[in-house]
Design a protein around this ligand. Structure first.
Ligand SMILES: Nc1ncnc2c1ncn2[C@@H]1O[C@H](COP(=O)(O)OP(=O)(O)O)[C@@H](O)[C@H]1O
Ligand SMILES: O=P(O)(O)OC[C@H]1O[C@](O)(COP(=O)(O)O)[C@@H](O)[C@@H]1O
Length: 439
């Protein structure tokens, strides 16, 4: 088993760059390691993860740098590429589709690009969805619109039927824009392709508005989404300040991760309490939400609660419902809090004006902002370079300002969430109310 300190010793010169294990520090302050021979990059957290699984150093999986290759695998003149978007919406989907098409056309001369409609369902012939021809003209202005021009869906689809369709349509590369579920699907499709001995590449561009995919840094569209969420928090602040005993609840998406709630709360200073799935909280007691809220409203006249949808699930009856893809359907924490707060204020004879905001779909359906738009384009370009070079069963991501190739199993196992001891959460606590949810 290798420890991080072993690697650090090696990185300081114990190995030469000719050794397959050779590591040297590329930038000592960033804690990233560049494997000279393979043009691969390692990071502390990856090394720790791998070391904790007891993987021998020689077998360390590493992240290959993204970018164009001198040798490509597919002949652009005969290559046909399919694009699909799956799962929930996210700002920037159309930017990614656009940039994939333009990169394939402009830099590689690939003219045959098609889109499958409504997620993996569009790859099942019997569902009867037409295939859309994606030309540079067709995609040139699509990034001005939110959502995805291809449509999306949830729900299990048979990888074998999908590969049948890819073969039937002569697809050489399938580009999947989707979240962890989509990438599990992409991995299964890749396995079916490998089992049949076919040369069809499957390359992913990871998508999640919740920003909870591990190993890829910030996901595209997230920054647009939390900026939009911040607008609702501001609106809630205006409303509650005008009311007598104003309490605002702004529910944002975030099934398992509270990044949208935290970043939106930090973007301006209108939130008093931020509730996220990663940090439990209680309603009752001196340090419980109800007492803190009552004090806040008594002192300042109003309060705004930013609530990630996955927060406080232990306080309400568990639901055994699942969505079409098998994701657990969350209990209605916002409804529960509204009820409890109303009862509590009534019991204390304290005036209350409740304002409830649920901007979830409004947040994720907007077009990407300028920064996300550029990020989407760069991710898409990296994905095209990887795909044309014959890479498969991988996604692209940006880590520490660098575009890399990440094997799909890395992004479908583990999770990325707000660390209760980390800088982000501590900043939220400093800028909002008491650390009640740490109890
Ligand atoms: N565990 C899984 N194995 C294979 N395919 C899956 C799995 N989960 C989801 N999928 C496929 O990925 C698609 C999108 O998954 P979903 O969980 O809804 O969204 P996301 O990709 O955003 O996580 C679904 O339509 C389904 O076909
Ligand atoms: O109503 P839908 O489409 O099922 O989406 C709701 C869910 O989608 C999300 O935005 C995440 O979607 P993905 O898992 O597809 O990325 C969650 O935050 C939210 O719970």
């Amino acid at each position: 088993m290798v420890s991080l300190s072993d690697l650090q010793v090696r990185s300081l010169g114990a190995c030469t760059v000719d050794s397959p294990l050779a590591l040297y520090v590329e930038g000592r302050t960033t804690n990233e390691y560049y494997v000279g021979e393979t043009d691969r990059i390692l990071y502390d957290d990856t090394l720790e993860l791998i070391a904790s699984r007891g993987v021998p150093l020689a077998e360390l999986p590493t992240f290959e740098s993204g970018g164009p290759r001198q040798k490509i695998f597919f002949d652009p003149a005969t290559t046909k590429v399919g694009v699909v978007t799956c799962g929930g919406l996210c700002p920037g989907l159309n930017d990614v589709i656009r940039a994939i098409v333009l990169e394939l056309n402009t830099h590689y001369g690939v003219r045959d690009v098609v889109g499958f409609q409504h997620g993996y369902a569009g790859l099942i012939e019997s569902n009867g969805h037409d295939v859309v021809e994606l030309t540079p003209d067709f995609v040139s202005r699509i990034s001005e619109r939110g959502g995805t021009i291809l449509g999306s869906s949830r729900g299990a689809q048979d990888p074998s039927a999908i590969v049948d369709r890819l073969v039937e349509l002569d697809i050489d590369i399938l580009m999947v824009i989707g979240g962890d579920g989509s990438m599990r699907g992409a991995h299964n499709i890749g396995a079916e392709i490998a089992a049949r001995g076919l040369s069809i590449g499957v390359v992913g561009v990871p998508k999640t508005i919740d920003n909870d995919i591990p190993h890829i840094g910030q996901s595209f569209g997230f920054s647009t989404a939390f900026a939009k969420a911040a607008e609702s928090i501001k609106a809630a602040r205006v409303e509650v300040e005008a009311a007598v005993g104003g309490v605002g609840i702004v529910k944002v998406m975030g099934r398992h991760a509270g990044f949208i709630a935290c970043y939106a709360a930090l973007a301006n200073h209108d939130a008093d309490f931020v509730l996220i799935p990663e940090v439990g909280f209680s309603l009752d007691g001196d340090n419980g939400l109800l007492a803190l809220l009552e004090r806040r409203v008594a002192e300042r006249g109003s309060a705004v609660i930013v609530l990630a949808e996955g927060a406080g699930q232990d306080l309400i009856p568990a639901s055994d419902r699942r969505d079409a893809s098998g994701n657990a359907v969350l209990g209605d924490i916002a409804g529960f809090l509204r009820e409890q707060i109303s009862k509590d204020f009534a019991n204390r004879n304290q005036p209350l004006t409740m304002r409830y905001f649920n901007p979830g779909y409004a947040i994720r359906s907007v077009p990407a902002d300028a920064s996300d738009s550029v990020y989407c384009a760069r991710l898409a370009q990296t994905a095209v370079h990887a795909a044309m070079a014959g890479r498969t069963d991988m996604v692209v991501g940006r880590r520490r300002h660098r575009f890399v190739h990440v094997p799909i199993p890395f992004v479908t196992s583990g999770s990325h969430s707000v660390s209760p001891d980390g800088d982000l959460w501590l900043s939220v606590l400093e800028s909002t109310a008491q650390p009640f949810s740490m109890c």
